[in-house]
Design a protein around this ligand. Structure first.
Ligand code: ZN
Ligand code: ZN
Length: 238
């Protein structure tokens, strides 16, 4: 299990970090709440990187502005991005072909659905992707990533309870055409047989159903049954 790291665990800092308060966990943030979260994440990453002695290594790979790290931050506030709390996008230097900058994107609804301590696990997960890109140029969730994730105490699995904090419903029926999302708690007909239904909004028949506790998805009844039996054999509650 990965460790939870709070600001209290990051005691000595050379810089005087002005750490913004946690913005209110509303469904749709204002621009200033979004900006506040971005600044808080940045302050956390910088404090954490310094605490773990990674500052010089990270600074050396990129072309950061002023005294910062080669990292950028974006907050995604849309209702899409249902499967992932964040993303790390690498940028290569044209001449050397090496990754010299990474942008870390975080999804507001994940922040809003969990404690700050849990959310920092996602922050460290995206940071772990950046560190791996800087070191090896590679991404993904394979064995090399797992090593970096362990080094940074990053979260690699979101537990059932946390999922249900982010998604207060068990299933999401999503239209692949217009991204309309319908929350469902019962395994009703559209949940079991999405192929027989149309999107109530755009009227196309391209529905996909997500089982939020497991993050698994299906588009047909056969796949629903398959996913269900897989989940029932795992420790995740169906
Ligand atoms: Zn990842
Ligand atoms: Zn639609």
């Amino acid at each position: 299990m990965s460790r939870v790291i709070t600001y209290e665990d990051i005691p000595t800092l050379d810089h005087d970090y002005d750490i913004p308060e946690e913005p209110e966990r509303v469904d749709t943030p204002s621009k200033s709440q979004e900006y506040q979260l971005k600044r808080r994440i940045r302050a956390y990453v910088e404090a954490f990187v310094e605490h773990r002695g990674l500052w010089a290594e990270l600074k050396a790979v990129g072309e950061p502005d002023e005294d910062g790290l080669p990292l950028g931050y974006t907050i995604e506030t849309g209702r899409r991005w249902t499967r992932s709390g964040g993303k790390c996008t690498p940028y290569e230097n044209n001449q050397t072909g090496k990754v010299t900058y990474c942008n870390l994107t975080f999804v507001w609804r994940f922040y809003a659905g969990m404690s700050w301590e849990k959310f920092t696990g996602i922050i460290r997960h995206e940071l772990a992707h950046a560190v791996e890109y800087f070191r090896t140029g590679e991404g993904g969730h394979g064995a090399p990533f797992k090593d970096v994730a362990e080094e940074l105490d990053a979260v690699t699995h979101i537990d059932n309870e946390t999922w249900m904090g982010v998604f207060d419903h068990r299933y999401t029926v999503e239209c692949k055409n217009c991204n309309l999302e319908s929350p469902r708690n019962k395994a009703s007909k559209p949940v079991k047989r999405p192929e027989q239904r149309m999107c109530p909004d755009c009227k196309t028949d391209t529905l996909v159903v997500h089982h939020n506790p497991s993050g698994k998805s299906w588009e047909t009844y056969d796949k629903y049954q398959q996913v269900r039996s897989e989940v029932e054999k795992s420790e995740i509650k169906w």
